[in-house]
Design a binder for this molecule. Structure first.
Ligand SMILES: Nc1ncnc2c1ncn2[C@@H]1O[C@H](COP(=O)(O)OP(=O)(O)O[C@H]2O[C@H](CO)[C@@H](O)[C@H](O)[C@H]2O)[C@@H](O)[C@H]1O
Length: 803
């Protein structure tokens, strides 16, 4: 038995040039899988079963990379300064001698790997038999534990509710409610790839009725443990659960009250369109087919999800999401955190308004009506499946063509849009089948973001949980910026369609605003957990200076409140892969090619902006919204000093008109030194980040800040006001110990900025090696979302078991 096959030796390679391609379409460098941190390099590579990689390492040990890997690419070590954009695509030299040597190592290691595989098999068979005998519902258990290989026709081909195959299966295998719906719900989150292939049988059993009623008699943790035990031994369960009724996917469950809450959607039109992913999921790669044929045990060797027993359905809702809509950091987070959560094995959806005609998103044919301020508003759901995440776009005339003005309009306009968005989003798990399978409410956590979606936890509570519905659904609210709260006069309560006794949740008094209506306040109270985007900001929010009137509430909810530092999308913001560096004289670069790549980008930017092309002059950058928060006025105040230095300054931003004018004026006054780009340009943001030597972030407050993280990834040294997330992420350079990542200053004043910048410029000019050391430390950090996603998961789990 060889569940891990050895394949021809692929050659010796340096760690940095080993790429692993995942089924999801990700191409990732092996170093991201922790090898760099473990300080060894793979000498040779064994490919295992399409799911597991084994690396024979230069320290003699075997490392495994679990993940669904289906392809390896080994590229040549790129010679420094050798040009090229992506690390090279040349084939590695034969390295005959190394091959001989490595073959021996390979032989030993394949032996070892075989033993490991055998032990795994043994363990899983023991697990199956233990569960088979110990489970209370033996019929359901046995079906799973002793189930034969999945019926391929079912697993891979059934994609329609009317499929005879499925209906036969359903009627021939009645299933106890306790096992069926919860099993399948869990299966669908346990195994995202399976989620795509199992369609209608899951749909029918993911309905909230089954989930809730089946677990109602158990304490929540017990119920979930039980479910986990049912499922984990086999991720390829063949038996489709029974369907007792002919209800469609979109029908309400029988225990849904006859008198529906007033806001709940009034029209349900499930059109015939089927999700194409079901079709797609039938397609297997030739390699997969070969693997299956070679080795029937492969299916059983699927590694468990990283999240282990905590896998759940997660729906993140946000007013903006990259790459479709973005005004700032919230869009970046909404576009990247979900992918990291999906990589951990969760079933993840993002819900965002459809502001424009997005090419990827398909109309799924579900229409709903929601009341907004007494008027019926129709909503249509669009959907795309990208990088393991379901993206659901809510279409309505209220959102259309707002992509450049997401938060535009007057207070009431925005409020009405957000009311509609939250009403539609809270029902998405029932109305929108993704891959043919709705998310249901049994094992579901929403992640709402900022005040725009702070109504969601309130609706979840007021209309569902207070009525004994969606009892197992939770909502975590993330604070990205407390400065925007959804404030208005108390009369605004009439727009949100809530029972009268909810009024007090929104009522807030503070010395500035007096008594007023505050949406963030209500969201904070109703959410099951509250997260903010750094530890420093978590602390600041509890102070009267940092809490912006909400500090008392935040102190009261301290028990459910914590900080988690944002990660970044290390594919999007990576100098090696950055698409914006692939043309017009820019170049991609990495730690290895920093010395040539970064100066080339600098030259390209100087040319593009019409600045004198000078490699030696320090190039300073600023990117951000032009408002009080970002402290751009401190830079303006520092300009007279800066002009006494030999520097160039490039600023990109949009926002307050007076500050926009200021940027343009500065450029006019110092045309050979300063560029002030007024506007929103993602391309220019990437290029400045790559080309600048120094990034200025003198923010007055900064909940986390992403630009300093991006800067460090690109070898650009941040100079920051040590506040909020900036303090958490930029460690002050210490010349004595040669540690640190940049320069910080302790209060938002121009002279403090000048002082820090003075030290920074001196180091740039006089201590090149030290400078390079800071750059390299910054670039070597693991700033990916993977760590943060683990922390999010802990909070979500805590919310799930919170009663
Ligand atoms: N003119 C322009 N053109 C192109 N791109 C531009 C731009 N102006 C800004 N950007 C981009 O917008 C993003 C800004 O992110 P930040 O985290 O710095 O700030 P923001 O205050 O919006 O986010 C809030 O939420 C995030 C996420 O939690 C927190 O990090 C942050 O502290 C908090 O204030 C970056 O990707 C930046 O490149």
């Amino acid at each position: 038995m060889a569940s891990i096959r050895s394949v021809p030796f692929l050659g010796e390679t340096k760690l940095d040039n080993l790429f692993v391609s995942f089924k999801s379409g990700h191409l990732r460098k092996a170093s991201y899988h922790g090898f760099r941190r473990r300080k060894f390099a793979p000498l040779c590579v064994l490919v295992g079963s399409g799911k597991c990689l084994s690396f024979c390492c230069d320290n003699g040990s075997v490392a495994e990379c679990s993940g669904r890997v289906d392809r390896l690419r080994v590229t040549a070590q790129k010679k420094e300064g050798g040009g090229g954009q992506d690390g090279g695509d040349d084939v590695v030299d034969p390295l005959e001698a190394t091959i001989e040597k490595s073959k021996k190592v390979l032989a030993i290691q394949s032996d070892l790997i075989q033993q490991i595989a055998e032990r795994r098999k043994l363990v899983s068979s023991i697990k199956s038999s233990v569960l088979g005998s110990a489970a209370p519902d033996s019929s359901a258990q046995n079906r799973i534990a002793s189930s034969p290989k999945p019926d391929v026709s079912y697993e891979g081909t059934n994609d329609s509710a009317s499929s005879p195959n499925i209906s036969n299966e359903q009627s021939s295998k009645p299933k106890s409610p306790n096992a069926a719906s919860m099993d399948d719900a869990r299966r669908s989150v346990n195994n995202p790839s399976e989620k795509k292939t199992r369609t209608v049988s899951l749909n029918s059993n993911l309905c909230p009725t089954a989930d809730v009623s089946n677990t109602a008699s158990m304490p929540p943790m017990e119920a979930d443990k039980g479910v986990e035990q049912h499922v984990r031994p086999s991720t390829s369960v063949p038996a489709p659960p029974s369907v007792q009724s002919s209800r469609t996917l979109y029908d309400r469950p029988p225990d849904w009250p006859k008198e529906l809450p007033p806001f709940v959607s009034s029209v349900s039109n499930a059109l015939d369109k089927q999700d194409k992913r079901t079709e797609d999921s039938k397609v297997t790669s030739p390699q997969e087919d070969i693997n299956k044929a070679d080795n029937p045990s492969i299916e059983e060797e699927k590694p468990p999800p990283l999240a282990g027993v905590n896998v759940m359905n997660i729906i993140l809702i946000a007013a903006e999401c990259v790459p479709w809509s973005k005004t700032g950091g919230l869009g970046d987070v909404a576009g990247s955190l979900p992918k990291a959560l999906a990589r951990r094995g969760h079933r993840v959806m993002v819900v965002v308004p459809r502001y424009g005609n997005y090419q990827e998103a398909q109309d799924i044919g579900v229409r709903k009506m929601y009341k907004v301020a007494g008027q019926d508003v129709e909503v249509t759901y669009f959907q795309a499946y990208i990088d393991g995440v379901d993206f659901v776009f809510i279409d309505s005339h209220m959102f259309r063509h707002m992509e450049n003005n997401i938060y535009g309009g007057n207070r009431v306009d925005i409020l009405r849009r957000m009311v509609l968005f939250c009403k539609a989003a809270v029902e998405v798990p029932w109305h929108v089948p993704c891959g043919g399978v709705i998310y249901g409410d049994g094992n579901l956590v929403f992640i709402a973001n900022d005040w725009h979606t702070a109504l969601l936890p309130v609706y979840l509570k007021a209309y569902y949980r207070d009525n004994g519905l969606m009892s197992y659904t939770r909502c975590v609210l993330v604070i990205h910026n407390i400065a925007h709260q959804g404030r208005g006069p108390m009369d605004d309560f009439s727009y949100v369609d809530l029972p009268e006794h909810y009024l007090d949740h929104f009522r807030l008094y503070d010395p500035v605003g007096g008594e007023h209506f505050n949406i963030f306040a209500a969201g904070l109270k109703c959410a099951d957990r509250v997260i903010t985007v750094s530890h420093g900001y978590a602390w600041e929010l509890k102070t009267s200076e940092g809490g912006w009137g909400l500090h008392n509430i935040i102190n009261e909810i301290d028990w459910k409140f914590c900080g988690i530092v944002n990660g970044i999308d290390t594919r999007e913001w990576n100098p090696l892969f950055d698409v914006h560096l692939a043309s017009e004289g820019y170049t991609n670069y990495s730690l290895d090619t920093l010395k040539t790549g970064k100066p080339q980008c600098k030259e390209a930017l100087q040319k593009e902006l019409g600045l004198p092309v000078r490699p030696d002059v320090p190039l300073l950058g600023f990117i951000g919204r032009l408002d009080g928060q970002k402290g751009v006025d401190l830079i303006v105040d520092a300009v007279p000093w800066l002009m006494g230095q030999d520097i160039q300054l490039v600023m990109l931003g949009t926002g307050r008109q007076d500050l926009e004018q200021m940027l343009q004026q500065l450029e006019g006054q110092h045309p050979d030194r300063i560029r002030g780009w007024v506007g929103f340009s993602v391309k220019m943001a990437h290029r400045i980040t790559a080309a600048a030597d120094i990034l200025l972030m003198p923010s007055r407050f900064e909940p986390c800040g992403l630009n300093q993280l991006y800067a460090m990834m690109y070898g650009t040294i941040p100079v920051v006001h040590a506040v909020g997330g900036l303090r958490d992420t930029v460690k002050q350079f210490d010349p004595f110990n040669n540690t640190g990542l940049g320069w910080t200053f302790d209060s938002a004043e121009a002279n403090k900025l000048i002082n820090a910048l003075g030290h920074c410029l001196k180091t740039y000019r006089e201590y090149k090696e030290t400078w390079e050391g800071i750059q390299k430390r910054g670039m070597s950090q693991d700033l990916s979302w993977d760590n943060a996603a683990t922390n999010y998961e802990e909070v979500l789990v805590a919310a799930k078991y919170q009663w």
